[in-house]
Design a protein around this ligand. Structure first.
Ligand code: PGA
Length: 228
């Protein structure tokens, strides 16, 4: 798998990895787990920082970002929780969670690799349309599209009002950024990100300013490119 190979190439034995949750990277995480179990990939020296979380939720909540990454990545890779810094959306002071994440990243220098998906409104993590390009971790009022599409992660309807997210500035400081998209429903979203104007109104387009960006698309997600 090309993207798993690329992770192996750009992350050394000691690295800070920022993995997205969501539907997009599921197969990638399965492949990483297979490689670790088979002795083909060593993640012993990796540390992890969470990308985003819904306010009011943490790893105890099925469907939360942390809960899904625990199941899909951290548990299969047998990562000691002490090697993970993740926003606790149930914390009494969400702003403090932002400060903790930024400090954790600073202590490690910077994020070595952020693996990101793209939202139907062009968001990156929970950096919503109109986000601050230099922004650090922050608490955000969620965009209507995020509130709606986020329902798919839960068994029943949830009031998704606010989130905690690494900022665009935090992410653009990463050494490598991989942007992943799969499926025809992402085709126009990807086209706008890669071929439309670079604007905070479509946060994924801001990633084009990053010299270490690599984009991984399946055929369907790439199907609108070059046709606008
Ligand atoms: P998805 O989410 O991977 O579930 O499509 C992407 C996102 O909203 O960033």
């Amino acid at each position: 798998m090309e993207v798993a190979d690329a992770i192996g190439e750009c992350l050394g034995p000691v690295a800070l990895f920022c993995p997205a949750s969501g539907d997009t990277p599921g197969l990638l995480y399965q492949e990483l787990a297979r490689r670790v179990a088979g002795g083909m990939l060593d993640v012993e020296g990796w540390q992890f920082v969470g990308l985003d979380e819904w306010v009011g939720m943490n790893g105890e909540d099925p469907g939360s970002c942390r809960n899904s990454l625990d199941k899909e990545l951290f548990e299969p890779l047998q990562i000691d929780p002490r090697r993970i810094c993740f926003f606790d959306g149930r914390a009494a002071d969400p702003e403090n969670e932002c400060a903790l994440a930024e400090r954790f990243i600073r202590e490690h220098g910077r994020i070595d690799l952020a693996v990101l998906g793209i939202g139907m409104n062009g968001h990156i993590a929970m950096n919503e349309p109109g986000t601050d390009i230099d922004g650090r971790s922050h608490v955000v009022e969620l965009h209507p599209v995020t509130r709606q599409t986020g329902q798919k992660y839960f068994n029943g309807p949830r009031a998704l009002e606010r989130g905690i997210t690494l900022g665009m500035g935090t992410l653009l400081d990463a050494r490598h950024i991989f942007l992943l998209a799969v499926g025809g429903h992402k085709a126009s979203v990807v086209q706008r990100a890669l071929e439309g104007p670079v604007t905070a109104e479509w946060p994924a387009s801001l990633l084009r300013q990053h010299a270490g960006l690599r984009v991984f698309l399946d055929r369907e997600a790439a199907s609108a490119l070059g046709k606008a």
